[in-house]
Design a protein around this ligand. Structure first.
Ligand SMILES: Nc1ncnc2c1ncn2[C@@H]1O[C@H](COP(=O)(O)OP(=O)(O)O)[C@@H](O)[C@H]1O
Ligand SMILES: [Mg+2]
Length: 257
């Protein structure tokens, strides 16, 4: 996925301002930035839900604007608060995941129904949801919802997985459970390229390889996480003097006393 000079203008505001970014196969990216930095806007473009005002985006070898986005979408798994809000509260967990395949299989889908169900069941099992297949989505805990959404995002066997703030709203144990599961996914060579959006360094799973840091629509820094996630770039990204600690692949940042 390649972004070149990507800009999104709404009214007088530049939500994104000349962003260059590229994500290759096998990479696991964290996108960091304060509230309002433009992270979700960038993810909407990556997920082909939004076109930039200017600049070019090519995703999996196709240039946005020159390709039918409905051909691309099954190749991109997305989990976001906006998508979760569209899931009816009464929809059963298994159906939340199975229906992600509908766009992909189209008119011949009756033949695939059993296969789809088996795949959805396998994914829900992987994400610790196998005892909750018939529960209405609206009755799940926040952690269960997030895991169901990730299983849904993986349903079409995408080449790119985008997780926009999957840790939002989780309690400490829920966050740690998610971080461990995402670290396992990151370590899986068969897993797609991953982009994880957060503003909490504690949510970065071990094994993530790269970081893009955004501030007010601009890329402050981007590159391999070991060299890019440093105190100078954190200060430039969050506008605060932060002390960074890294230990066993986990990160924290606190205000310097
Ligand atoms: N349609 C819109 N018109 C004007 N401003 C918008 C619109 N959508 C988002 N914004 C603003 O753009 C900024 C970036 O939003 P967003 O991409 O959601 O940031 P993030 O996900 O990093 O918090 C925010 O200040 C938001 O209020
Ligand atoms: Mg956001």
């Amino acid at each position: 996925m390649d972004f070149a000079e990507v800009t999104v203008v709404r009214g007088r505001k530049r939500l994104l301002d000349g962003v260059d970014w590229s994500v290759s196969e096998g990479e696991r990216w964290v996108v960091l930035g304060a509230n309002g930095a433009g992270k979700t806007t960038l993810m909407q473009i990556a997920a082909t839900r939004l076109h930039p005002t200017s600049g070019t985006v090519s995703i999996l070898g196709e240039t946005l604007g020159r390709v039918d986005v409905f051909d691309l979408r099954p190749l991109i798994g997305l989990s976001s608060a906006a998508l979760a809000a569209q899931i009816p509260a009464g929809e059963k967990v298994l159906d939340v995941v199975v229906t992600a395949a509908y766009g992909a299989t189209g008119r011949w889908r009756e033949q695939y129904e059993r296969l789809d169900e088996r795949r959805a069941f396998g994914l829900l099992h992987d994400w610790g949801m196998s005892t909750l297949l018939n529960r209405p989505f609206g009755s799940l805990s926040e952690g269960e919802r997030k895991r169901t959404q990730i299983a849904r995002a993986l349903m079409t066997d995408p080449e790119l997985l985008i997780l926009d703030e999957p840790g939002a709203g989780l309690d400490l144990a829920g966050r740690e459970d998610l971080v461990r599961r995402l670290a396992d996914l990151a370590a899986d060579e068969a897993a797609p390229a991953i982009v994880l959006v957060t503003h909490h360094l504690e949510e970065i799973p071990p094994g993530f390889t790269h970081v893009l840091m955004l501030r007010e629509g601009q890329a402050v820094a981007s590159g391999p996480i070991g060299e890019t996630l440093n105190e100078a770039n954190l200060a430039a990204t969050f506008g605060a003097d932060l002390k960074l600690t890294a230990s066993n692949g986990r990160y924290t940042a606190v205000a310097r006393a």
